[in-house]
Design a protein around this ligand. Structure first.
Ligand SMILES: NC(=O)c1ccc[n+]([C@@H]2O[C@H](COP(=O)([O-])OP(=O)(O)OC[C@H]3O[C@@H](n4cnc5c(N)ncnc54)[C@H](OP(=O)(O)O)[C@@H]3O)[C@@H](O)[C@H]2O)c1
Length: 333
């Protein structure tokens, strides 16, 4: 018999950045029980959450039977799907085996894997009679929002999961909200590089300084926003989640980085091709960046912003977070 007062939230991806924040937030709330899923219950991250009171269930997003067990009697589910582990593993294998032509594109395989993971979890969630709210951590489907002018497999995959829930699982859609996280506070796009040609720190981006980026402290803030979506907001809400005063232009980002690091910083607009060919940055990371300037982070997607939430969510700004960091760590990021 479950506790008659407490509700149960199942957190998928709790051993990671986003899910860890959600799990820790709900573990502090006396009216919630937290169940986390992991493929490796003995990992340090899983054990740390168990020590805080979480129930641990073994589940894999590629195995629907494990999801059905993990989701039993859930009132809420937070679902995060990961693109990058599949992508990195395949890319590393290709490099190790010196296979550059013969195997499938790692970005395409990671896209398909993430979509199948999202669909498996959505199908399992749709079969849970006690479920009141699913929150899926999405990203704007860039291909759809830009009429295929730009493509981003790691965002388009999450957009495809949103479309699947909204079109194929209408009853689940009535219980689902979506969180669109801004760039993590630690994202490499927020750190300049040391230009060896003149020893100056410089952002090289296919953007102007007017381009705006929403930024979130993923480990601190994700759980607070997910709580708001579960406890206060109507289902169907799409929230662009970013920290207080942290939807910044690159001009602002340069100023804050300079103040926090104690170093001057330059900003140079370059093409995607230059970043890929001269700086060897994989296309998957950069090809859709110009869309940020042309369409905005969420394009024509109908989202609410943190200031629209019924209950205010208090977060530190990116500037406060940066000013609290060690200068050496900032320069080495
Ligand atoms: N970097 C950014 O600025 C940014 C911004 C917005 C969104 N995102 C998106 O955030 C996602 C990554 O989230 P994160 O940073 O929280 O991830 P993370 O810290 O790398 O952790 C990945 C989590 O996914 C779980 N997981 C991976 N494969 C799984 C599977 N087959 N079955 C069940 N669980 C699985 C892992 O659990 P176990 O290993 O314990 O099983 C782990 O908890 C990416 O898709 C990325 O596109 C990133």
């Amino acid at each position: 018999m479950g506790d008659p007062i407490k509700k149960t939230i199942v957190v998928v991806g709790a051993t990671g950045n986003q899910g860890g924040s959600v799990a820790r937030t709900f573990l502090k709330l006396p009216h919630w029980k937290v169940r986390i899923t992991t493929r490796n219950p003995s990992s340090l991250a899983a054990q740390a959450l168990e020590a805080l009171g979480a129930e641990i269930v073994h589940a894999d997003l590629s195995d629907s039977d494990t999801l059905a067990i993990a989701f039993q009697n859930a009132h809420a589910i937070f679902l995060n799907t990961d693109f990058w582990m599949t992508y990195r593993t395949l890319t590393a294998t290709m490099v190790a085996q010196e296979e550059h032509q013969s195997v499938e594109d790692p970005a395409k395989v990671a896209y398909q894997t993430e979509v199948s993971h999202g669909k498996n979890a959505a199908d399992a969630a749709a079969r849970v009679p006690t479920l009141e709210r699913l929150v899926y951590s999405a990203l704007p489907g860039i291909s759809k929002l830009t009429g295929a002018k730009y493509q981003s497999n790691h965002a388009d995959s999450k957009g495809a999961v949103v479309d699947y829930i909204e079109t194929e699982l209408p009853q689940l859609a009535q219980k689902t909200s979506f969180i669109y996280l801004g760039a993590y506070n630690t994202n490499a796009l927020l750190s300049p590089i040391l230009d060896p040609s003149d020893g100056r720190y410089r952002y090289f981006l296919p953007l102007s300084k007017a381009a705006r980026m929403p930024i979130i402290d993923v480990k601190e803030s994700t759980g607070l926003f997910v709580r708001a979506l579960i406890e206060d907001e109507a289902p169907g809400t799409k929230l662009l989640a970013y920290d207080n005063n942290s939807y910044l232009t690159y001009g602002d980002i340069c100023d804050i980085w300079s103040k926090a690091s104690g170093n001057d910083v330059d900003f140079t607009t370059v093409t995607v091709q230059f970043l890929h060919e001269s700086m060897k940055i994989p296309m998957e990371l950069i090809s859709s960046l110009p869309a940020l300037e042309e369409y905005g982070y969420t394009g024509s997607l109908k989202v609410i912003q943190p200031g629209d939430l019924k209950t205010a969510v208090r977060t530190k700004s990116w500037e406060e977070w940066m000013m609290g960091r060690d200068q050496k760590a900032i320069l080495e990021a």
